[in-house]
Design a protein around this ligand. Structure first.
Ligand SMILES: *Cc1c(COP(=O)(O)O)cnc(C)c1O
Length: 402
């Protein structure tokens, strides 16, 4: 073959986007088995064991309802089980994902109020407290926020927001989307006083997209929100309390997802969730060190300036116009690494050409992380994009501090 460049399109690609995340071979293999009898005890025991262990990982002494679906399904469940038409919801936004959730609530007729903190910082607990103090009639039924917004990669201090609700003496429910951050970033449901926490299987849980998890505190369920938006399908109660297994998934259970999830949860328990969180922190720090190095003589910066407001599951990186788009193209089409797109704050707008994201969530080890960073370095050199030296060295030194 005649060619003046070497074709490197060979071997297994690496998905470095913030979900779906890389699935471990153990998880993939766990699904490679015949269909089980859904009327037998084994699948009931499997679901019960998952409920127990997932609650443990969430620090939740309350309940967990499963829904077949993605993150949007978890959003739907959180809305329909909480609100009646016309109820007031206060959404704290720091990125695009929270705003889609808010739009979904508004489309159901929930009276949505928004405190928007932009795409470069966490939401502000003082502003929340101030707003709740003004609500002397306690019209706001729930405060909703994401733990990590996957578009901006800014992360919120969940305990500080709880303290703000308490200081204001406000009875609002506290509802959190941990879809991007569950099993990546620290979360203690009971201790923090979270009423509802939602997540899905395809990010930190390393399992195919398809199961939405809605964790609820005992207090939330005992307050019987009596939401009139709830429909038979979206009702969490029978999924938790019914004596009939068929009600737990409102039909056929997602059997192979359950096998996969069981394996993934076993892996997390074997690792120890504290280590999982620390591993994410270390990998995130090495990504930030690489970005700082590239930015020392080039146009690269983490979108969220303040490190304490950054997610440790995903990092959004700003570049000069066009650079991020070119970098993603080069990495994906030739170098075998798929990077995340820069999401436009305007949902009708195109993806941003000066922003890309590195997903560093879930099943990730040193060669996978360093492979992504090294591949980006190679693409920058290949395209002649000005950037500072020493990024890979800086990332390696962070890893060495483990
Ligand atoms: C991925 C994600 C969602 C949406 O999940 P889908 O499975 O795409 O519906 C919602 N919220 C956050 C924070 C996410 O990261």
């Amino acid at each position: 073959m005649q060619s003046d460049t070497v074709n490197l399109d060979f071997g297994r690609d690496h998905l470095s986007i913030p979900g779906p995340s890389v699935m471990p071979d153990r998880v993939l293999n766990a699904m490679h088995r015949p269909a089980p009898n859904i009327y037998g005890n084994a699948v009931v025991d499997l679901t019960t064991s998952l409920r127990h262990d997932l609650n443990k990982l969430a620090g939740n002494s309350g309940h967990l309802a499963f829904f077949i679906g993605n993150g949007h399904a978890a959003w739907e469940a959180s809305i329909c089980n909480t609100f009646s038409k016309g109820d007031k919801a206060l959404f704290l936004l720091n990125g695009r994902f929270g705003s889609i959730w808010a739009e979904q609530a508004a489309s159901h007729g929930v009276d949505v109020e928004i405190l928007d903190f932009g795409h470069e910082q966490a939401v502000n607990a003082d502003r929340l407290e101030e707003r709740l103090r003004e609500d002397t009639g306690h019209e706001i039924k729930a405060v909703l926020t994401v733990q990590t917004d996957t578009a901006s990669s800014s992360s919120n201090d969940l305990a500080a927001l709880r303290r703000a609700i308490d200081s204001a003496g406000h009875p609002a429910l506290y509802i959190v989307d941990s879809i991007a951050s569950f099993a990546c970033e620290p979360l203690y449901m009971d201790e923090t006083g979270i009423d509802v926490m939602i997540t899905a299987t395809q990010k930190g849980l390393m399992t195919p997209p398809g199961v939405a998890l809605v964790f609820m505190s005992e207090a939330y369920l005992s307050r019987q929100p009596g939401a009139d938006l709830v429909s038979p399908y979206w009702n969490a109660h029978p999924r938790i309390f019914s004596d009939h297994f068929a009600d737990w998934f409102f039909g056929t259970p997602p059997t192979h997802h359950l096998f996969a999830l069981r394996e993934a949860v076993d892996m997390l328990l074997e690792e120890g969730i504290l280590n999982t969180w620390q591993r994410h922190k270390l990998f995130a720090s090495s990504v930030w060190a690489a970005v700082d190095a590239w930015g020392s003589q080039g146009s690269f910066a983490c979108r969220v300036g303040d490190q304490s407001m950054r997610s440790t599951a995903v990092t959004t990186i700003k570049t000069a116009p066009g650079v991020a788009a070119g970098l993603r193209r080069r990495c994906e089409s030739e170098f075998g690494v798929v990077l995340g797109v820069g999401l436009n704050p305007d949902p009708t707008g195109p993806v941003l050409d000066n922003m890309f994201r590195i997903g560093h969530m879930g099943h990730l080890n040193v060669p996978m992380l360093m492979g992504t960073l090294g591949t980006i370095e190679a693409a920058l050199c290949s395209d002649g994009v000005p950037h500072g030296p020493g990024a890979i060295d800086a990332a390696a030194r962070i890893i060495a501090t483990r």
